[in-house]
Design a protein around this ligand. Structure first.
Ligand code: GLY
Length: 294
């Protein structure tokens, strides 16, 4: 099968000043994921590596540079799914690991569970030798300023439309195996304990090598109400193309007045994406050619 990877760097009103870093960030992630596919590597490794790169890029709301919660701490969620085995792993509310996506994969591969949160997730990370960090290392000046301003001026995220630079990737490898990976710092000034769609398998992401794969971005509470990623992959199973399924997914989001976007690959290796926000950062590689859209 012809391998392919699509990545997103969030769907929201990305300001002009942040367009270039978003473009560069998604392009680098897609190309690094592609290198793995090109060498015959797995979709799982490819999607994970693309997301890891965006977690390390402070442009995005994932890993370092994420939004702060109401108490001024970065709380991270991530998930990964192997479309061949339908195995999945996820973490929520972690703040001591540099790369939550690596921890999500460890949950999938080294435990009998799917979702670990907070302290238990940190314990697994330590036990497995993942890089542990001080929570302050996840905070950058831009986000500290945003948080201070929200505290001073007051801010409550609009029910449907929030800033969201969640990062995600879907890939298919030469053996026809699909995978999806997703990572986020969630919404700005979120309540302590708030968890969005990202670690909820089927809402944030879904992969099934018999159908395809999808990864969401946008307002987590809306995405969860329509189980967006699984619904999208099911549409692929009913014969919709990647692009038709992506567009139908956004119609589903509208049903709950939600905003966001989705990236999709179908069984033919076609890619699709759609969003109902002013912008979404997307990059994809097919046949070695990279395309970026924002
Ligand atoms: N889509 C990311 C979140 O709502 O947490």
């Amino acid at each position: 099968m012809r391998p392919a990877i699509v990545v997103h760097g969030g769907a929201w009103a990305i300001p002009d000043s942040l367009v270039e870093p978003h473009k560069e960030g998604v392009k680098k992630a897609a190309l690094n994921g592609w290198e793995i596919l090109k060498e015959g590597g797995s979709a799982l490794d490819s999607a994970m590596e693309a997301v890891r790169i965006m977690e390390d890029d402070p442009t995005f709301d994932a890993g370092i540079g994420s939004f702060l919660n109401e108490e001024g701490r970065v709380d991270l969620d991530a998930s990964i799914m192997d479309g061949d085995t339908l195995e999945a792993g996820a973490v929520a509310s972690v703040y001591r690991v540099r790369n939550p996506i690596k921890l999500a994969r460890l949950v999938m591969e080294k435990t009998e569970h799917i979702l670990l949160i907070g302290e238990g997730a940190h314990r697994l990370a330590k036990k497995m030798g993942l890089e542990m960090i001080d929570p302050s290392e996840l905070i950058i000046e831009r986000e500290y300023r945003r948080w201070k301003e929200m505290k001073e001026k007051g801010y409550s995220p609009k029910r449907a439309f929030v800033e969201d630079s969640t990062v995600g990737a879907v890939a298919v490898d030469s053996k026809g195996k699909f995978a999806a990976a997703l990572s986020t710092g969630g919404t700005p000034n979120k309540m302590v304990g708030r968890v969005g769609d990202v670690p909820i398998i089927g809402s944030g992401l879904y992969a099934d090598s018999l159908k395809g794969a999808a990864a969401s971005t946008g307002h987590g509470e809306s995405i969860m109400r329509v189980i967006l990623a699984k619904s999208t992959v099911d549409m692929l199973g009913f014969g919709l193309s990647a692009q038709a399924a992506a567009e139908a997914a956004i119609d589903l989001l509208r049903r709950v007045d939600g905003y966001g976007g989705i990236i999709v690959i179908d069984r033919k290796g076609n890619i699709g994406y759609a969003y109902n926000t002013p912008r979404m950062a997307v990059a994809y590689v097919i046949d070695g050619e990279v395309k970026v859209s924002i």
